[in-house]
Write a protein that binds this ligand. Structure first.
Ligand code: URA
Length: 435
């Protein structure tokens, strides 16, 4: 078998066999396939797609590229949560401490920023000292002690995904249902998760722009996960507009802390964290109905148990827990530029993709694999859809370290905001639940 033949076969839209997919992953792992051939193959997949069968072969091949955690080594019922990638998506930081505080063991393998979207690992690394490069055995011990560990994909688990993920990020080959499904599910299988909660993003700021693709992705991941013996729920949620108000690594950590301290009683971070937590508490049988689950979550937040669990996580992974109260200890941008509205009206829409590109220009994301990102920069959306704004009021704030980049970001964010005269109808955040 030759790697060039796999590229040609996929370019023609033909279905690859299990042996061919295994050969592809083996060639990635033994480095006999150089980056340019891997990238050409990934691009062919983006144009021609993969069947569901090819996707499940690819998932299994990625799992087998490294070691995997035996479920018997883990606490019973361990949970992993994953989002398919969004803008301002800090739900891992709000949901997992909450669930861990409710008694559910959470072991989460996360990624870095991908394409225009942010990554949980980069966000956590904005907490001084926080170590994401954990050995899986240490993560398991940590989960046994405090119910929670969040680490980057380790070298041992799904190493093939690590290689493909980094290449996809910089070759425009992220937004494909099969590549996303295999990347997400392989990590969950390898880390031994018994229960998997998936947040499938759909809309302008998601990789899946089209609702039909999002439904396909959700169903495919649920099907592959169940076939491999896991309990999976997928929730399809809107990503037309950034999730919450903060976009950018340390800014998002602050927003997550504010939620966990009970300072929000509405908004998307509140709504989505509650919905995913309610579904999980019901699935685990910890609560028998939605009202009881909601009361349980309220109590975890108002008692301080949720934020304490986040601090415990930070301490356990070597981070400065004090930074979750004293935000000046987090990376802070040199400039804070408030952009004011030029007219009266209502915010009708904020294009998540444009805001994401603006943040990437500031340095919040990578252009090449080797780029270092600036953890302090980003955009804070003072006004969100449905809110009234008067001429001269602050629409959004840019946190930056460079005048030119601030100007470029402003141009994009101004295009992202649509102001209308009429109050817009509230758009749903949660579209569908697949289980
Ligand atoms: N998250 C992942 O882990 N992989 C993807 O491809 C997209 C989101």
């Amino acid at each position: 078998m030759r790697t060039i033949d796999l590229i040609l076969k996929k370019k023609q839209g033909l279905e690859l066999t299990k042996e061919e997919i295994n050969f592809f992953i083996n060639s990635v792992m033994d480095k006999s396939m150089p980056d340019y051939q891997i990238s050409a193959f990934l691009m062919a997949v983006c144009f021609q797609g993969m069947s569901d069968l090819e996707t499940s072969y690819l998932t299994e091949a990625i799992v087998k590229s490294g070691s995997f955690v035996e479920q018997s080594k883990l606490p019973k019922g361990v949970l992993d949560k994953h989002s398919t990638g969004g803008v301002g998506d800090k739900i891992t930081l709000t949901l997992t401490p909450l669930l861990a505080a409710s008694g559910i063991p959470c072991l989460k393998l996360s990624g870095r920023a991908l394409g225009h979207t942010g990554g949980t690992i980069d966000k956590l690394e904005s907490i001084p000292g926080f170590n994401t490069d954990c050995k899986i055995d240490d993560m398991i011990e940590q989960v046994k002690k405090i119910n929670l560990a969040i680490g980057a994909q380790t070298k041992g688990l799904t190493p093939a995904d690590g290689i493909l993920y980094a290449l996809r990020d910089v070759t425009g080959t992220v937004d494909n249902v099969s590549l996303i499904a295999s990347s997400v599910i392989s990590k969950k299988i390898a880390s031994g998760a018994e229960n998997i909660v998936l947040d499938v993003k759909c809309g302008k700021g998601a990789f899946m722009k089209d609702p039909q693709d999002a439904v396909h992705l959700a169903k495919l991941m649920v099907q592959i996960g169940k076939h491999l013996g896991r309990k999976v729920i997928a929730v399809i949620t809107s990503m037309d507009e950034p999730l919450g108000r903060a976009v950018g690594n340390s800014l998002e950590v602050i927003e997550a802390c504010e939620f966990l301290k009970g300072h929000y009683k509405e908004g998307e971070v509140y709504e989505l964290t509650y919905e995913l937590a309610i579904l999980t508490l019901l699935q685990y049988g910890i609560c028998t109905d939605r009202d009881a689950a909601r009361r349980n979550i309220d109590e975890l937040i108002t008692s301080g148990k949720a934020i304490e669990k986040f601090k415990e996580l930070v301490k356990a992974q070597g981070g400065l827990a004090e930074a979750l109260d004293n935000y000046s200890k987090l990376p802070t941008a040199g400039q804070k530029v408030e952009i004011k509205s030029e007219k009266d009206g209502f915010v009708e829409n904020i294009d998540a993709y444009k805001v994401a590109l603006g943040c990437k220009l500031l340095g919040a994301g990578r252009e090449t694999k080797a780029d270092k990102i600036d953890l302090s920069v980003g955009v804070y959306l003072n006004k969100k859809s449905g809110e009234r704004v008067n001429k001269g009021e602050v629409l959004y704030t840019i946190y930056s370290n460079d005048d030119n980049k601030t100007a470029q970001c402003k141009e994009l964010c101004n295009k992202a905001y649509e102001i209308a005269q009429e109050e817009p109808l509230k758009k749903p955040l949660i579209y569908e639940i697949v289980q």
